[in-house]
Ligand binder design. Structure first.
Ligand SMILES: [Fe+2]
Length: 262
């Protein structure tokens, strides 16, 4: 399985404080059957901000350390980017980390309790700029829980959505769990990821959520969400969303992990 949402870089955000803890998270992921983890740290605009070069460097450091420690998990670059007034400006100037640095798929986070007034425009302008926003855990956003059609409209235009595994298994309470199950059943979830933050409290695991998802949408569709689609996203290839049109401009597999944007 591929986990497209994990806070694995040490000392960057509310993920692990040290490299040892990051490696422990990767061991937990490996035991759960995860073979690739995208390092999607929070992308802040403050003085501690990551940049594309620094995120690449930090990701490479963790990847190398995992390799040296014999942990069979690949670590690829990514970021969890806040959706606000700065996002489109930064994306169009190549200042944001996309998945595998492929210049295309962007994990986009909205606040939990609200949607910014420019949410629709942000999605639209990113799409117009050649990016594919992957909306992080829509089931955890109060507005999208109430108005799932809003998410559906974004997906119809070409955006994707990432459901968090522990939402499905009930970690965030019954309301979020119910919304997650409904979004999954209604085709409003493109990929399933862990949003892991730590080895124990919020571990980077997917197997339990996969079992829940299999009961709701079947094995084949569930595996698509943790294998096929994440692979295509990291490749920068074409994802055909049930709720939206295919997106063009295929890229070669793993081609741009550490290379510059085109
Ligand atoms: Fe996250």
């Amino acid at each position: 399985m591929i986990d497209l949402h994990a806070h694995i870089l040490p000392g960057v955000d509310d993920g692990p404080d040290t490299l040892d803890i990051a490696l422990e998270m990767l061991r937990v992921a490996a035991r759960d059957g995860i073979t690739t983890v995208a390092a999607t740290s929070h992308w802040c605009w403050n003085e501690n901000a990551l940049t594309v070069p620094s995120a690449l460097e930090r990701t490479e450091r963790v990847r190398q350390a995992a390799k040296e420690a014999g942990i069979p998990v690949e670590v690829v670059p990514g970021a969890e980017v806040p959706a606000d007034d700065e996002t489109v400006f930064a994306a169009l100037r190549g200042l944001l980390m996309t998945y595998a640095n492929n210049g295309r798929y962007l994990l986009l986070e909205f606040p939990f309790h609200d949607l910014p007034p420019l949410a629709d425009q942000t999605i639209e302008q990113l799409l117009a700029g050649g990016f594919v926003p992957v909306v992080a855990h829509p089931e955890r956003n109060a507005v999208l829980r109430q108005q799932p059609r809003r998410l559906q409209e974004w997906m119809r235009r070409g955006a994707l959505s990432q459901l968090t595994g522990s939402s499905l298994t009930g970690r965030f309470g019954p309301e979020v769990q119910k919304a997650a199950c409904r979004m999954l059943s209604e085709g409003l979830a493109s990929v399933l990821a862990s949003d892991g933050h730590s080895p124990q409290r919020r571990p980077p695991v997917l197997s339990e959520a996969v079992s829940v998802a299999e009961k709701l949408i079947g094995r084949e569709k569930t595996l698509e969400m943790v294998k096929e689609l994440p692979t295509i996203i990291l490749e920068g290839g074409i994802v055909r969303s049930e709720a939206g049109p295919a997106v063009e401009r295929p890229r070669r597999f793993w081609q741009r992990w550490f290379g510059p944007r085109e």
